[in-house]
Design a protein around this ligand. Structure first.
Ligand SMILES: Cc1cc2nc3c(=O)[nH]c(=O)nc-3n(C[C@H](O)[C@H](O)[C@H](O)COP(=O)(O)OP(=O)(O)OC[C@H]3O[C@@H](n4cnc5c(N)ncnc54)[C@H](O)[C@@H]3O)c2cc1C
Length: 461
């Protein structure tokens, strides 16, 4: 037994010595990328294609991170990112990649009037004219804009409450405001009471010019699969410690030590907040403050495949509930997968709470919503997927959210700053203006690759 132990120790030593010399016999700059999400893969591909020696260390047994196309039901369903947000070629790198790869997409109009149905608490369909919708949007938008200057910490709920009180939008039924608030809460991954109006107005201005959204036939993971080609990626390799106290950086995983000139850390904000990676020396105070104070959101989905379609041609529908977060927003996936599939999104505290519940409980609660709109005779789902992003090891949430903190932009700039030109930070939360989105995550990876190329110019062969 004792001999066996010594033998195993020796074996581990040999393995770790080998990994010590992963890059040792080469003159080229060595870069490690921690995390094989779209930001890490983007950085790694850019550096690899420019001639650097790059290894990607990924904790899980798959690449893609929060881009995760699940094919277990027999067709591609998105557990994570679903839309290319903002389909302008000139401002969205994913759109360029989509063209390059010849991917087919379904353009989703942002107009609420486009096959959108609203049901009140009693299952009655609420019809709103385009005119009424425009009036509501305009009045809320204008008041929110003014409030963002005079009372920037107000929330959208405050604004709607105020407009109702002075009877400027009293003609609209309650479900309309619930739907507006839910829509915002889903894209922010946070409850609207936690989202200051100033942040919202800035986002709305950005989104207004961003264009429509597009869903990708065949799976969003075609982007990450494409980026990963020809890269050296080590799966099942969780990084536990990064030591940058000497000239080279040492990166520790459970059974290996890797050495490089520089490291790009792309792990989700939730992973940094939980201190799952030890930094030696400790991270500077400003960086730690940024990690702690940026808001980390939570969004989940429940996806149902039914034996047949009972919701007709509605692409999106909203069902009023006493708790507006409770499986009120539903989207049809039929166009994408040619199967009777719909899914509900939920966010914030409701989502954090729901992911701790059993599948049976979640299904029953979700079905309660659908029964309000479509009656008790609807069929039970044939199969389902339920995400629990907050409990997913090495992810621990969905995407960073706008926070109450007025210094959010400063915090994100700080999060993106490199340390001693050795530790670089990418990932959606490090995007100052477009955090949360996949295209922004990709951009942050390319941003850090560009910095590395400037700081460590490639040596002529
Ligand atoms: C439910 C949901 C819906 C979404 N919808 C959209 C959408 O429609 N459109 C859109 O644009 N975006 C959407 N997003 C956001 C989008 O998915 C993310 O912004 C983007 O994928 C983040 O990429 P990233 O590279 O920053 O991080 P990630 O994809 O999280 O990659 C980080 C990687 O680091 C790995 N890692 C963590 N810890 C370690 C460690 N210690 N060692 C090694 N590796 C580690 C993780 O396993 C992960 O693979 C959605 C996200 C969710 C969760």
């Amino acid at each position: 037994m004792g001999c066996m132990k010594i033998f195993i120790k020796l074996l581990l030593l040999i393995v770790s010595l080998q990994s010590f010399s992963v890059f040792a016999d080469s003159e080229q700059t060595k870069i490690l990328v921690v995390g094989a999400g779209i930001s890490g893969l983007g950085a790694a591909k850019e550096l690899h294609d420019s001639g650097y020696e790059v290894t990607v260390l990924e904790a899980r047994n798959i690449i893609g991170g929060r881009i995760y196309t699940d094919r277990s039901l027999g067709f591609p369903l998105e557990r994570g990112a679903n839309w290319i947000h903002g389909n302008k070629l000139e401002s969205n790198r994913l759109m360029l990649m989509k063209e390059e790869l010849g991917l087919k997409t379904n353009i989703t109009s942002l107009s609420v009037a486009d096959n959108f149905k609203l049901f009140d608490k009693n299952g009655k369909i609420i019809n709103l004219s385009e005119d009424d919708l425009e009036k509501i949007e305009f009045r809320i938008g204008l008041t929110a804009y003014i409030a963002s200057y005079i009372y920037p910490t107000a929330t959208l709920e405050d604004v709607i409450g105020f407009l109702k009180k002075i009877r400027l939008i009293s003609f609209a039924p309650n479900v309309v405001f619930q739907a507006i608030l839910q829509n915002l809460e889903l894209s922010a991954a946070e409850d609207s009471k936690n989202i200051p109006i100033g942040t919202l107005v800035a986002e709305a201005e950005y989104m207004e010019n961003a264009g429509n959204d597009e869903e990708v036939f065949g799976g969003f993971d075609q982007f990450t699969n494409h980026l990963s080609k020809n890269l050296d990626i080590k799966l099942n390799t969780p990084v536990t410690k990064i030591d940058y106290s000497s000239k080279n950086v040492k990166v520790f995983s459970s059974d290996n030590i890797y050495i490089a000139d520089a490291v790009v850390v792309t792990v989700p904000l939730g992973v940094l907040q939980k201190n799952l990676i030890e930094f030696v020396p400790d991270l500077p105070e400003k960086k730690k403050e940024a990690i702690k104070n940026i808001n980390w959101g939570n969004v989940n989905k429940v996806i149902f495949k039914f034996p047949y379609n009972f919701w007709g041609d509605a692409k999106t529908f909203f069902i009023e509930r006493d708790d507006r977060h409770a499986f009120s927003t539903w989207l049809s996936n039929e166009v994408m997968v040619n199967e009777p599939v719909i899914y509900s999104f939920f966010s914030g505290d409701f989502s954090r709470n729901m992911e701790k519940k059993s599948d049976d409980y979640i299904i029953e609660e979700a079905m309660k919503s659908l029964k309000i709109a479509y009656g008790n005779d609807i069929p039970e789902p044939e199969s389902y997927l339920i995400t629990r992003w907050g409990l997913e090891p090495y992810i621990l949430g969905s995407y960073s959210a706008p926070g109450h903190n007025q210094d959010d932009l400063k915090l994100r700039t700080e999060l993106a700053n490199q340390i001693e030109n050795k530790i670089f930070f990418a990932g959606e939360a490090t995007s100052v203006n477009e955090y949360g989105f996949s295209h922004a995550a990709l951009y942050t990876g390319l941003r850090e690759a560009k910095k590395i190329k400037e700081i460590y110019p490639i040596k002529p062969q």
